[in-house]
Write a new protein. Structure first.
Length: 277
């Protein structure tokens, strides 16, 4: 029988986990890390390391660690969550799809694209068996796979997957964030295949949705600002590009440490702008 003290700890754990998730979604990563760290400490004592709720918490914290560029820590948590889910459900259960999705995203962030593609395709295959081809979660998996394919220059397949995902998100209530991310990525793909006018249209639509949904200073807004700046720079629109880079850096420097790769990337792009004027 569960003790009163353990019940209280469990209730506190769930509160901290919800707070961590809420902070992560609004871009307050420092506060999210504080809440999640406390939740993990409680989970290890009152849940045990074979509990489904513990696996879900590990996965959520792994997502935060990816955003913070703590890639080794994120991988460790994802793999531990995967071990628990496999022990509970078996090797091929759709419950594993979310972990594979996140592992694919992590390898993508690390530039390990072939490994990322394997995980992403596993995620799509597992979920399609249980949800069918037109579910929003399939769309999210497809969009993630498309980003990995785009990074490898596999533009044709990537565009088909992005468009498929976008169609589903546009028809799904509450999928505005996923739609904005997909629009941003379509903008990136169009820029990569020398269709900058189309790319800018996608970027501007993504930026509008992100700013309305997340606020103008969310880190996800900075992603699109950086991409738009690159496009403007390529067209010789240097003043506009400079404004976008500065705004991007102001957002990122409030959220991340100076060593974060997103800041390094934006600074590198800004430096290239200064030499190309």
């Amino acid at each position: 029988m569960e003790s009163i003290a353990c019940r209280d700890a469990h209730a506190t754990l769930r509160l901290l986990a919800r707070r961590g998730l809420s902070c992560r979604k609004r871009g307050d990563y420092r506060e999210a890390e504080t809440s999640y760290s406390r939740a993990l400490a409680l989970a290890e004592t009152c849940l045990g390391k074979t509990d489904l709720e513990f696996a879900e918490l590990l996965n959520d914290v792994g997502v935060l660690y990816k955003y913070l560029a703590r890639f080794d820590d994120a991988r460790r948590l994802y793999l531990e969550a995967s071990r628990i889910l496999k022990a509970i459900f078996g090797q091929k259960n759709p419950a594993l799809a979310g972990i594979y999705h996140n592992l694919g995203g992590l390898e993508h962030a690390r530039g390990r694209y072939p490994r990322a593609e394997v995980f992403a395709r596993h995620s799509v295959a597992l979920r399609e068996k249980s949800l069918g081809p037109d579910h929003p979660k399939i769309a999210a998996d497809s969009a993630a796979l498309a980003a990995i394919l785009e990074a490898q220059g596999k533009y044709e397949e990537a565009e088909v997957l992005y468009q498929r995902a976008l169609t589903i998100f546009e028809q799904t209530s509450g999928a505005e964030y996923e739609m904005a991310v997909t629009l941003n990525n379509l903008g990136s793909l169009k820029y990569a295949i020398k269709r900058s006018e189309d790319g800018e249209k996608f970027y501007r639509r993504a930026l509008s949705i992100k700013e309305e949904l997340l606020g103008p200073e969310h880190p996800d807004v900075a992603v699109t600002l950086n991409n738009m700046a690159i496009l403007c720079q390529s067209q010789g629109r240097f003043e506009e590009a400079e404004h976008l880079y500065k705004r991007c850096l102001l957002i990122l420097e409030k959220v991340f440490s100076p060593q974060h790769p997103m800041i390094a990337t934006c600074l590198m792009n800004y430096a290239r702008l200064e030499t190309s004027k």
